[in-house]
Design a protein around this ligand. Structure first.
Ligand code: ATP
Ligand code: MG
Length: 329
């Protein structure tokens, strides 16, 4: 909270300084124009005073002086306009950069808060479960339930730390791609099985074609599939069905993850792939998360020459589609 207030203060101060500087620069420009124009008029008067009325070419010389005056005024106006537009373009860029910077800071701060919570919760639950097992003699059914809940929390922790580590490595360039022939059908089937074990009450409608091979990284592919399925589960009510479809379309393979949740508004559909981006705000969101999942999915698909898209499901929900080249074996 203290950090939040500090950042807000910093942001307000930066905005005030920005506007003051902008007003100062524009005022200086206007002042420059007025001063030069005044000088121009004084010079004209001075030149006119030097003319001799008895001179035969008086009218001609007078017209020349007026022409010169008007030419200078036009030059000042056009120079002023050029300066003004350069300042305007610069100001727009600077303003955009400040706004972007503030948004990134806010998202990073949300990320830090989310991650602290997301890391601590599974650890606390698993610890409590272990302590319960240690202290009490429980019957087998209860033991099974506690172990299952601990395993679920540890799986969550595993997925989360996987996301964080891999995105840090991919970004830092330290991740070494290890592309090899992969049975993608098997990868998707394993991920689906894992989710079906974790959420047995969810109506699953999976349809997976066997024998689709790709050239891919064996560590990154499950991260991609898991993140898409996890979102479908996380952002739809527990009784809504989730469907994972793997099929061939022409020469390509297609993976579709469909859910029947509230869906994603059109204008948000482009933003959700940004790092740390989450729809809505901290006060209204109920599902926990860090905003790294889809960023990572997009990065992985780009690095594998795959295409990741989001569209609306009918009558409700979202469809995440990955299109990829099949490898010939
Ligand atoms: P993380 O995956 O890191 O735990 P997250 O799920 O919030 O956190 P992303 O997976 O990157 O992050 O998703 C970004 C945002 O897109 C989500 O916060 C959510 O608002 C929206 N979103 C993603 N998938 C769906 C979906 N299937 N239905 C509705 N909204 C979705
Ligand atoms: Mg997610």
């Amino acid at each position: 909270m203290a950090i939040h207030l500090y950042k807000n203060k910093w942001a307000n101060r930066a905005t005030v300084i920005y506007w003051l500087l902008l007003i100062y620069v524009v005022a200086a420009l206007i002042w420059w124009f007025i001063a030069l124009n005044l000088q121009n008029r004084q010079m004209t008067e001075y030149k006119l005073n030097l003319l001799n009325r008895d001179d035969g070419a008086y009218l001609l010389k007078e017209a020349k002086i007026f022409n010169e005056r008007d030419r200078m005024t036009r030059a000042y106006i056009s120079e002023g306009l050029v300066f003004l537009s350069v300042i305007g373009v610069g100001a727009i860029f600077l303003y955009g950069a400040i706004i972007r910077q503030m948004r990134i800071q806010r998202q990073q701060q949300n990320f830090m808060m989310a991650i602290t919570h997301e890391l601590k919760t599974p650890i606390s639950i698993a610890r409590l479960n272990m302590e319960t097992l240690q202290k009490h003699a429980l019957d087998d059914a209860k033991k099974e339930k506690i172990l299952k809940s601990s395993l679920q929390e540890i799986n969550r922790l595993n997925a989360l730390t996987g996301n964080i580590l891999v995105s840090a490595q991919l970004e830092g360039g330290s991740y070494r791609f290890n592309k090899e022939e992969l049975d993608f059908s098997q990868v998707v089937a394993d991920c689906c099985q894992d989710f079906m074990n974790r959420f047995p009450n969810r109506p699953w409608k999976n349809d997976l074609e066997a024998g689709l091979f790709i050239s891919g990284d064996p560590l990154l592919m499950p991260i991609l599939v898991n993140n898409l399925i996890e979102n479908a589960v996380k952002y739809s009510p527990p009784e809504a069905s989730v469907s994972v479809v793997l099929k061939t379309e022409g020469q390509q393979g297609v993976l579709e993850v469909r859910d029947e949740g509230p869906g994603i508004p059109k204008k948000e559909q482009k933003r959700i792939f940004k790092k740390f981006y989450r729809v809505g705000n901290e006060d209204t969101r109920t599902a926990k998360g860090t905003g790294l999942g889809l960023y990572l999915c997009r990065k992985i698909t780009q690095d594998h020459n795959m295409r990741l898209q989001v569209s609306d499901n009918q009558p409700r929900g979202s469809i995440f589609t990955v299109r990829f080249n099949l490898s010939e074996i």
